[in-house]
Design a protein around this ligand. Sequence first.
Ligand SMILES: *Cc1c(COP(=O)(O)O)cnc(C)c1O
Length: 396
Amino acid sequence: MKDLSRLVHQPQISQEGFASLNTATYRASTIVFDNAEAYARRKYRGPDGYSYGLHGTPTSRTLEAQLTALEGGERTVLVPSGQCAIAMVFATLLRPGEEVLIPDTVYPPVRGFCMNYLAPRGIAHRAYDPLIGAKIENLLKPDTRLIWMESPGSTTMEFQDIAAIVGVARKHGVLTGCDNTWATSLLFKPLSHGVDFSMQALTKYVGGHSDLLLGAVTVKDIGHHRALKDTMRMMGIGVSPDDCQLALRGLQTMGVRLAHVGCVAREFAQRMAASGKVSRVLHPAIAGCPGASFWKRDFSGASGVFSVVLRPCAPDVLEKALSAMKIFSIGASWGGTHSLVAPMSIEGDRTVTPWTESGAILRFSIGLEDPDDLWADVETLFSALAAPPQASGAST
Ligand SMILES: *Cc1c(COP(=O)(O)O)cnc(C)c1O
């Protein structure tokens, strides 16, 4: 072999004796075949075989298999974000003339996808009260194809009666899907409650370090897996093995991270409720959290994200109070090592269950910092909120 060929063809080296605890990051577009016949027959390798890097590598398959086992399913597909995972389910199942029911508290970009992508293509959507339970039967029409669920609902933390909704859906031959991002596969297992599509944003607790975007859908029915893979192939959707590697790393510590943040979040929620300094605490362990009985019945714990409704105050008071916090960062997304606080505006996101509280909503995501530092920061926030308003025009 001459040098130019040597540059291109990597030498074979022995892997004997090399045993790592981790899966390698296999990067590939091309996958080579032993002979022309194997190449010609590559499509018969099917969705579980290897044919092209976009459709799977040993790295992505390892992550898929791990999530499948955790969710109690048969197959998992990986896509570039949680939003993409939801879009894949909807785009795979829904045909013109059909409709999807979405909870009024759905992750807001899902409503945007329904309004701006599905509707112009003749696919309808209707929002329903997340606490509707078995009464969802009254909403079904002959062309209802899918009931989407998200438990708890984004920001306002409504837990759904998934068993009741699935019962109705099955009776009428309607498919169901559930966004399981808040609970992760550790705290809730949608497939074991009869849900057809369990979706999660791996971006949150699985990634766990605010530096990864990835989504997953796990199913029990192989036919659903084939259909999802077909859509992904048509649209050219695949994921990077480096991203899968980060998710595989995140999973290894997710158990202790989730247990810790769940514990601190619950303690903080209790203290906030007892402090009398907020108008409402939306955490399933605190009385008054909508659907908390379904959380008790179905979930094995709570993660580190919850919301509070503040007593009404002027927007600039809230802005100053949030800026005074030193440990909590202000930002969207959640589930990482850094604690976050985000002022949420849900106006315009609710169409069938009007939100009537006048105080601002803050969403907290508890991270891994020292809980005493975090609580001191919460007290900073509360005292800034309680400070008497400064006379307008006063200089500092
Ligand atoms: C963040 C989030 C998503 C979207 O995940 P991305 O990876 O950011 O697209 C979907 N559902 C819920 C409940 C989320 O919190």
